[in-house]
Unconditional design. Structure first.
Lengths: 325, 701
């Protein structure tokens, strides 16, 4: 048996340290204790006992507040560089009867506070964060802390929400000209609703519909607002090829990866089977949102390789080259 | 109540508590207290002063305060403690007028606490206990409120959903009361176990203790007249043991507390003669001081709490054998007097005495020195020139007596029989006081009786001395001790009988003249509380700690033995047995009730009704799969109405944190019955797992 599990078991479940007020408080208790011993005055002993008693009760109440408190991290699966994202944590009090008071989630310069969490109650705490760069990153991590009940000591739980996440490259909407350029590259209708160009159906306007889709002629005829529904489109096959390795110009590399990610998102949204190829990276063709995530993940963790070749194209596909510099 | 308002209330209660403490300790006179209270009230409802915006005011306040302190220290302050309390008051008022944040409330609470600290060395009043408990309760509440307000201010983002904090006030009050109760318990425990390694030494404010006047170390005839109506309690005597004696020690006849004996009479006053030999006993270990030798009789142990009455004398039942107290030295003299030279302090000590029981001539405790020492005999028969009528009367009364003891008893009996007891001591003649008492007024108080008996005995060459002390006092049934009041001050005589030693004789018919009025039960109860305060808090010592530890150790052994060797259940007293059975039944009933209603309690975990629904479905082959939610499970099971109802209730209880209403509980019960009654629920086609979840729902404790 190794020593590590034993040490982990012995490691304190929570840490506790005095606050600034707590240090003053301890100093006062110490001074008063000295005075009590020096004079033998029992009323001073009584007051010292009160100060120490409050420390004990503080420990019990704060432990009671922290006990059986559970956290569930709420992290979006898709996080893009430079785009604000809402992170969250569900905090649940799993105690049968007793509420938890004055619980704070602290870390990364944030402090989320719950005044009271009843027995069995669950609360969502959320905050906005923006990740500047793509790649594997670790969340700043939060600790459950409480200064309850008197603000003299901080009791902290273990670090939570310190998971590793993958931040995708920044994805920007393609401009209209680019979208048009992409369309002739093998676009075809899929005969179901989508965001293509061909008409799929006409129907009554519903709240939230894009006003640009109102079909004015039909509206005039019907006497009520009628909108166009468009057919989904896709390219037959698409292949995004990363050109160059980006080793010399990091700025250009990031820009190129962002461009590739934007292309990948657009193409998969149109239903195309998209393949990614580049030096040291290859994602076989695939469709759907899960595949889009695979592409984005590959782009997110892309690092310029020393020497690598681009895998050859295997079938007919529209090829889009993205220069990494 | 709004938290800020509650905080203000708590602050003002603590301020009042601190000021009351200063008043109790004598640091504030009544006019000063009123003045400060007016200043405190003046701070209510005002907008807080912003000293940071008024530097001139800050400078003025600091300058004035500093100058006043220096002047007080240099000139007028009776002690540094007074300066300290005035500084506290000054800071308190400034804080009250500048209070804006919860942090200021905390500072005020600590200032009030230090007011209690300042008072603690100069008071032992039980009122301090009330102030202490009030501070503890309100202080706990204040610290909690202050903490919550500060934390809410410091938060960078609120929790979602933001719930109204309507219930928090009541919740917090309940919690703070519970915390106060717990703190009282823990404080009491810590108070008991913190070792008393210090010594009560220098009083920080020497003149603070009030002394009760009245008892003096000389007997001037007629002096007791002033104090015989004073009901101030000066001594409390707890009879802790009566070793070797039969019956309860409270039933001992003629119990009295001997203080000081006098050997010299100058015609008007009894004093301790200059030739009295004194011996100072010092000790290095906390062992009892030996006073007199034990002669084999029963030993009565008394624990005495003596108020400062301006005397150094130690009081105890006659024939004190040993003395145990805090002082490291005592002074003994050959009159049997014991003194501890700390007259201004309240004393707590234990004495062991060998009380006089039965015929003293058979006791065999004679002082052999006196029998053969002519000088000592002359000392105790010393008399100034007194009226020859007194000696003649003594001879007349004792004519035909077989020995000194019989003569003394005859004289004592004659005095108590023939003369009257009175507190009215007006002199009507120019005769000597005793002459007037015996032959003209024929009435007097205990001093006259004692002095007359001693003089008459001495006129017959029988050694005698007058003793001052207290009568037994009033029995307090609530605290099981004697309350000795100032009006219990008493004088009696000790006569030396060959073969019997010094024997107590009380010629005063005081008891027959009518006992003092008995105190009301409430007064007795309050005094018992005061006594407990003195006994278990003010006078608590290392010796008490050791005794308590020993008691715990013995109790532990007894319990261990009881567990290891359990008694035959038939030997257990029936009430205890019934109580035990009742307890077991109650525990089982509570457990059963909890299990039954666990589902509707709104607590964490799976409600019981949903668990039952799962069991019912499991019998039909439908089981909840790992990772499947209740809703998904219900969907898979075809959303049958009873299951849908149960699932909805489950979600409300489990995730809504709400208990079921009676109507909902009834609906759930009906749904469960329907679920139990229906046949096989058709299995719905299994749906593929949804890999399009957008949140990572990991549990990351």
């Amino acid at each position: 048996m190794t020593l590590r599990p034993l040490l982990a078991r012995l490691r304190p479940h929570r840490t506790i340290r005095p606050t600034r007020d707590g240090w003053w408080y301890l100093g006062a208790a110490l001074g008063l204790g000295f005075a009590a011993m020096n004079t033998g005055n029992n009323l001073l002993y009584l007051l010292v006992s009160l100060l120490l008693g409050l420390i004990v009760v503080s420990g019990i109440l704060s432990e009671q507040s922290m006990r059986r408190l559970w956290l569930r991290g709420v992290v979006p699966e898709e996080i893009y560089a430079g785009r604000p994202v809402l992170l969250g944590a569900r905090m649940a009090n799993r105690k049968r009867r007793l509420p938890s008071y004055s619980i704070a989630l602290e870390g990364g310069g944030r402090r989320l506070y719950v005044e009271r969490l009843g027995a069995g109650e669950e609360r969502l705490l959320s905050w906005e964060a923006t990740f500047a760069a793509r790649g594997r990153q670790r969340l700043p991590g939060l600790r459950v802390r409480t200064r309850f009940p008197f603000g003299l000591f901080v009791k902290a739980g273990r670090l939570v929400l310190g998971d590793e996440i993958v931040v995708f490259p920044a994805v920007r909407p393609l401009d209209a000209a680019r979208r048009r350029r992409l369309a002739p590259g093998g676009a075809r209708s899929l005969h179901h609703r989508g965001r293509g160009h061909d008409l799929y159906n006409l129907r009554e306007y519903r709240a939230g519909d894009d006003p640009r889709l109102i079909h004015w002629r039909s509206t005039a005829k019907a006497g009520t607002l009628v909108v166009r529904e468009l057919e989904a489109e896709t390219t037959v096959d698409a292949r995004i090829v990363l050109v160059g390795d980006g080793a010399r110009d990091p700025g250009r590399l990031e820009k190129g990866l962002s461009e590739a990610a934007s292309l990948a998102v657009h193409l998969t949204a149109t239903g195309a089977a998209v393949e990614l190829a580049g030096p040291g990276v290859h994602v076989p063709p695939g469709r759907g949102r899960a595949h889009a995530r695979r592409l984005l993940t590959a782009l997110a963790v892309y690092a310029p390789p020393g020497e690598a070749t681009v895998p050859p194209r295997r079938g007919p596909a529209a090829e889009f080259e993205v220069a990494l510099g | 109540m709004i938290p800020q308002r509650a905080l203000s209330v708590a602050v003002n209660v603590l301020v009042a508590d601190g000021l009351a403490a200063l008043f109790l300790g004598g640091f504030l006179s009544l006019p000063a207290l009123v003045l400060v209270a007016v200043a405190v009230v003046g701070s209510w409802g005002r907008e807080a002063l912003r000293l940071e915006q008024m530097p001139w005011l800050s400078l003025t306040l600091v300058g004035l305060g500093g100058a006043a302190l220096v002047v007080e220290i240099v000139t007028a302050a009776p002690a540094m403690l007074d300066v300290f309390t005035h500084l506290l008051l000054y800071l308190l008022l400034i804080k009250l007028y500048t209070r804006r944040t919860p942090r200021d409330a905390r500072d005020i609470a600590f200032l009030a606490f230090f007011m209690l600290v300042a008072v603690s060395p100069v008071t032992i009043s039980v009122v301090f206990l009330g102030l202490f408990v009030a501070f503890l309760v309100v202080g706990t509440w204040l610290l909690m409120l202050r903490h919550l307000l500060s934390e809410a201010d410091a938060a960078t983002a609120p929790a979602l959903p933001a719930r109204p904090a309507a219930g928090l006030g009541r919740d917090l009050l309940r919690l703070s009361l519970a915390a106060s109760a717990a703190t009282i318990g823990v404080t009491a425990l810590l108070f008991l176990i913190i070792p008393r390694v210090g010594q009560a030494a220098l009083p920080l404010r020497p003149q603070a203790t009030r002394m009760v006047s009245g008892f003096s170390e000389r007997v001037q005839l007629g002096a007791f007249g002033e104090i015989e109506a004073d009901t101030t309690v000066v001594m409390r005597v707890h009879l802790t043991a009566f070793t070797g004696g039969g019956g309860s020690p409270e039933t001992l006849p003629s119990l009295r507390w001997r203080g000081v004996a006098f050997d010299h009479f100058d015609g008007r006053t009894w004093t301790v003669g200059r030739s009295t030999a004194r011996l100072t006993l010092r000790r290095r270990q906390p062992v009892p001081f030996p006073v007199q030798a034990h002669h084999g009789g029963p030993v009565l142990t008394q624990e005495v709490y003596l108020e400062p009455i301006g005397t150094e004398m130690i009081f105890g039942a006659p024939r004190v054998l040993r003395l145990q107290g805090r002082s490291d030295f005592v002074v003994l003299d050959d009159l049997g007097n014991i003194a501890v030279p700390v007259p201004a302090a309240r004393l707590h000590y234990t004495v062991e005495s060998e009380p006089e029981l039965g015929d003293p001539r058979t006791a065999g405790v004679a002082d052999a020195r006196l029998t053969g020492d002519a000088r000592l005999r002359a000392r105790y028969t010393q008399l100034p020139p007194v009226s020859p009528r007194i000696a003649a009367l003594a001879r007349e009364v004792t004519e035909g007596s077989a020995d000194h003891w019989e003569a003394a008893r005859r004289l004592s009996g004659w005095l108590s029989r023939e003369l009257a007891y009175t507190r009215v001591l007006e002199r009507t003649t120019a005769l000597d006081p005793l002459d007037e008492f015996l032959f003209v007024r024929r009435a007097g108080n205990c001093e006259y009786f004692a002095a007359a008996l001693a003089v008459m005995l001495r006129s017959l060459a029988i050694p005698a001395r007058v003793v001052n002390g207290f009568q037994r006092g009033e029995w307090n049934p609530y605290g099981s001790y004697y309350m000795v009041r100032l009006h219990d001050a008493h004088s009696w005589v000790e006569v030396f009988v060959d073969g019997a030693g010094w024997v107590t004789l009380d010629p005063s018919p005081r008891l027959a003249a009518g006992a003092a009025a008995t105190a009301a039960p409430a007064s007795l109860w309050l005094d018992a509380l005061r006594m407990s305060w003195y006994r278990y808090v003010v006078s608590f010592s290392l010796h008490d700690q050791l005794a308590a530890a020993d008691t715990v150790r013995r109790a532990t052994w007894t319990w261990s033995a009881a567990v290891l060797y359990p008694p035959d259940w038939r030997e257990i007293p029936r009430p205890a047995l019934a109580l035990g059975v009742l307890l077991v039944v109650a525990v089982v009933a509570v457990g059963w009730h909890r299990r039954r209603h666990a589902g509707t309690a709104g607590g964490g975990g799976m409600p019981a009704f949903y668990a039952r629904a799962l069991r019912l479905l499991a019998r039909r082959g439908l089981t909840l799969e790992a990772g499947e939610t209740a809703r998904e499970f219900a969907q898979r099971a075809g959303w049958e109405p009873p299951l849908a109802a149960v699932t909805g209730a489950y979600e409300r209880v489990r995730f809504g944190g709400a208990a079921l209403t009676p109507a909902e509980a009834a609906a759930v019960a009906a749904a469960l019955d329907a679920l139990a009654a229906t046949g096989q629920i058709p299995r719905a086609p299994t749906q593929g797992s949804d890999d399009e979840m957008t949140t990572d729902d990991r549990q990351v404790r």
